[in-house]
Ligand binder design. Structure first.
Ligand code: ADP
Length: 399
């Protein structure tokens, strides 16, 4: 009889996957699926189901090999996609519901004893799948934590030098940053050491939530510190240029590909307009890419509906320009003069975007200067903003 359920499950895999993808997409609490293509969501769940059917057909509870590898794969994929632990738990909850509702008509035809056995077996295999999935998920997260800790430690050393040197405007900031940074490094160190001692499985869920919190705030801090250090390096004249022949078209396409998911996640249209001859220029391509990325990501972040447009053209024999326009919230006149100052943000504390630092445009302004260009902005509240950067076709070598 159990064999029947196994075959039935195997025959229903496509239906279950389809229903499940829909359910997961609808679930507001699983927000990481919002920007994922269908294939990325369903990946490995069919393996998990196939493994489940195999385990069900074997009648023996100790043959869990197929479910182990399928679920381990699923866990590391989810870690890569940035899911948090609660989302994965909900995914499996939803999978359980979908499996039972799909099998329900057949289950209703079976005897009570058969139903109980089938339900128990499916439940235990699902539990097994969740446990393995969390195992690989945790391993991956810990590896990220280790990497983050390494970067933060390096940052901390640089901050220490700044504080000691006391010669820099940001040494005060460096001092402020050191306290949270030190505690994040301390906590992650504790987790990593605990993990080496293999703590109890039942603790791992709470542990995971702590790890995630550390990872999230650690990443945010890392970004803030890196941005602040970048500004201080610039102001100290330590930024070196690396001019090279650069294909503007490719560079902008790279930025487009990187940020398009962010735009389509908000239902924004993204347009590239390069009608006037694609250009080969000589510049520091990494720095140029940083400028464009910052402007386009701001345009997306500060726009609720409409279009983000990237337009570039040759102006004359020496200059070209790139303009990033949006149909977003716009910036009021009084603020326009200040948006390029470090830490300046429009509005009140409450209205800031969660990932806002007020450093993005300060960096852009410095980079544009470094690339011997100019930046200007036009904006109207409620209508949108356009940032235009004018740059030389050939960067002049100054050294
Ligand atoms: P962040 O966005 O991290 O706060 P930025 O330096 O990139 O820092 O931007 C400074 C401020 O300028 C933002 O807080 C926001 O108020 C405003 N701003 C930047 N870009 C735009 C835009 N495209 N539309 C509206 N406001 C913007």
């Amino acid at each position: 009889m159990m064999k029947d359920f196994s075959n039935l499950l195997r025959d229903s895999i496509q239906t279950i996957v389809d229903t499940w993808v829909e359910a997961v997409r609808q679930d507001q609490n699983i927000y990481h699926t919002n920007n994922l293509p269908r294939l990325a969501i369903e990946n490995h769940i069919d393996h998990v189901l196939m493994a489940m059917a195999t385990v069900l057909s074997q009648h023996q509870e100790n043959q869990n090999q197929p479910i182990e590898s399928a679920s381990l794969e699923h866990g590391s994929l989810r870690a890569e996609q940035g899911f948090d632990a609660a989302e994965i738990a909900r995914e499996y909850q939803s999978l359980r519901k979908v499996i039972f509702s799909t099998l329900e008509p057949e289950l209703l035809q079976a005897s009570a004893l058969e139903v109980i056995r089938a339900v128990r077996l499916i439940d235990s295999v699902l539990d097994e799948a969740i446990a393995y999935c969390f195992q690989s998920y945790t391993e991956q997260r810990l590896a990220e934590l280790e990497q983050l800790q390494h970067q933060l430690t390096l940052n901390n050393q640089e901050l220490t030098r700044l504080v000691r040197g006391n010669q820099d405007k940001i040494s005060f900031l460096a001092h402020e940053l050191k306290t949270p940074l030190t505690s994040i490094i301390g906590y992650s160190d504790l987790f990593l050491r605990q993990q080496l001692q293999k703590t109890q499985v039942k603790d791992s869920y709470t542990n995971l939530e702590h790890i995630e919190r550390v990872l999230t705030s650690g990443r945010k801090l890392l970004r803030l510190i890196n941005d602040a250090l970048e500004i201080s390096r610039f102001d100290a004249g330590q930024m070196k240029l690396q001019p090279e022949p650069t294909g503007v078209c490719e560079l902008i396409n790279d930025v487009y590909e990187m940020l398009e998911p962010l735009a389509s996640g908000k239902n924004l249209q993204m347009v590239i307009d390069c009608s006037r001859n694609p250009i080969q220029i000589v510049t520091d391509s990494l720095r140029l890419q940083q400028i464009v990325t910052n402007l386009v990501s701001n345009a997306i972040r500060y726009t609720e509906s409409g279009t983000v447009k990237i337009r570039y053209e040759t102006l004359d024999e020496d200059k070209w320009a790139i303009a990033v326009s949006d149909t977003g919230i716009g910036i009021e006149k009084e603020a326009l003069a200040r948006i390029f100052e470090p830490y300046f943000r429009v509005g009140s504390n409450k209205s800031y975007l969660p990932d806002s630092t007020g450093l993005g445009l300060a960096i852009v302004a410095r980079l544009v200067k470094l690339l011997q260009g100019e930046i200007k902005v036009d904006s109207q509240i409620g209508i949108g903003s356009t940032f235009t950067v004018t740059l030389p076709l050939q960067l002049e070598f100054t050294t």
